[in-house]
Design a protein around this ligand. Sequence first.
Ligand code: GTP
Ligand code: MG
Length: 667
Amino acid sequence: MDEDRLKNQIDELVRWKYELTTIIKKYQDWLNVTKLSSTESDLKLFDAMDSVHSDQLTIAFVAEFSRGKTELINSIFFADYKRRLLPSTVGRTTMCPTELLYDADAPGAYIKLLPIETRTQETSISDLKRESHAWTTFSLDIDNVDNLTHSLQEVVKSKIVPLETAKALGLYDDTINNGSTTPPSEVEIPVWRHAIISFPHPLLKQGLVILDTPGLNALGTEPELTLSMLPAAQAIVFVLAPDTGVTKSDLDIWRLHIQDMLDTRNPKTIIATLNKIDTLWDEMKSDKEIEAAIDQQVRVTAKMLNIDAENVLPVSAQKALVAKTKHDQKLLEKSRILTIESHLANEIIPYKQEIVGNKVLHVIGEMIENHEKLLHTRLNKLKTQQETYFGATGKNSNVIKHLTQKTRQQQVAYNESMKHMQSSRRLVAQHAISVMNELSLESFDYLVSKTRKEMTESWTTLGLKNGITIFFASISETMQVVFRQMEETHQVIESIYEKFHREHGLPEMKFKKFTIDPYVQHLELLSKKAEDFRNSPITTMTEQNFVVKKFFILLVSHTREVFFKANVEAETWFKEIMSPLMGQISIHKQMLEQHLETLCKISDSKDTLKKNIATVEKQSAIVTERLTELENIRNQLISHMKHTNETKDMDSQKNGHGVKTECKEIA
Ligand SMILES: Nc1nc2c(ncn2[C@@H]2O[C@H](COP(=O)(O)OP(=O)(O)OP(=O)(O)O)[C@@H](O)[C@H]2O)c(=O)[nH]1
Ligand SMILES: [Mg+2]
């Protein structure tokens, strides 16, 4: 049924994630059985499983005040309560950004509120989330809807404070007075800065997170929303209303906080809703005329926002809530809420699935590939050994002596290469030190303190703006240095891999290069946001330097996060980059030793030779069986993600490898 589509799709996503973790678990068991697991592989698989488990689907609602964000949330997600669960009234209602989620670790439902006064601190909301003492928490009585709705009223609370207090909190916007009247002596401000509501709603329990934001420049005064919370959401619902049309402030919000995101994500994940279409329902007009009027509004809206008309969805949140409460199917259809729910179900959830899938595939796919290569090498070496033994049957001792000599020579060559390998590894370690030094948080913090010093010397809006520019220029310079260093490192590693392939017949292996591109792109996005922020009307007034300062603090904290991620990934990369080659080398060494030992024994008796042939045959059968198991796991993973692009890549790699891993004859 259409009404249940969203719920069904979320259930489906949960099932899909569960199956994905089952496949990862199967691979982990396989690694244990084959004794190929290592601390690194365990850690990687644990991380992959954890990222699937803790993954959330966030839908954020953004708009100017009174467009009906909260009403939409109530009607899409909470109509079962048969009332307005979250407060929604005429005029400005929601006073603080509100996250609705399910916290499985908490003993019961709660509402957690961050006092507005925390704005004076330099700590970001995401950091404050880890400091429970900073929040005021009330438990929620979920069995009594009256009590529940009453408790949720906290998010609309405001208070009157002296002008100076509002200014100190960066909450006084003097454009409101337009310079024509004297500033007021008192200002109304929100009581809370942020709210987190946790309760066991079925969809929230499945990992859905809803972010309701207040209108009236809340996004401008709390830059963290624009910088991190909105970009992190999988879907953004931007709400407009036909009674006001697309106003200047609607457009400002769109341009300053949403439009940019269209460049970096699937456009279908940003939905513009034209809410309150019931205001166009006119009994004096035919259904056709009403339809035409709505279509016209959709086209105008799409043009103004410069998006496809199919991503502008007309709706009546209020009538949808009434229809769901009264089970009025006709009104429900007329409200068009099901179109929005279908869009969320059909576009957002599969997109989310793709993101999670790609993340897992990126890690696991590569590991499986390396293990497949390893087993293929082992199998080929066993085959060669078997052929040698067969060849040796009935041969005289001179031939065996010759074979032994040849293998010894290979061992000497191998030992020489190992010496070369040691010096190459030292070289790679040196590269690692320089790269890690550039990406170290100490260097980053030094850069920040330097920028800060320059900024404190001119703690004016202009000085702060210049500080941001200098800051990004320095970061970009660091990234360029890292890029050059990594290019050199890649060359060194390539030559090592190549040497072992050329001189010892190890399979031609492509190692994974470390790319800083995603980090550079992320930093460029932050830099662009900073640029937009610098040019936005809010920062043109010197009185707003509170906001600029806050923005800078947040930018630093975000950039630090990006840096930290790059640092961790580079460190892991350096740790792992030689592992596939070392695995192959270890097999190569083992096989050489085993081969030599057998050749020595061959001359002893024919029985030993027979026994050895039998052992090699048995080993080959086991390796073949393990390979089949691994291929099954890989196929399961591929069919589980059949819609992702990376799967296609993996498929083509699969077809190309295996044959290539043929080894040169040892003897
Ligand atoms: N006629 C009509 N009124 C609606 C509709 N949706 C919301 N409203 C009304 O519009 C007013 C504002 O709705 P809210 O949901 O509080 O709007 P909001 O966007 O959350 O506003 P803030 O919380 O102030 O940012 C309320 O009185 C709602 O009942 C609708 O589809 N039709
Ligand atoms: Mg609201």
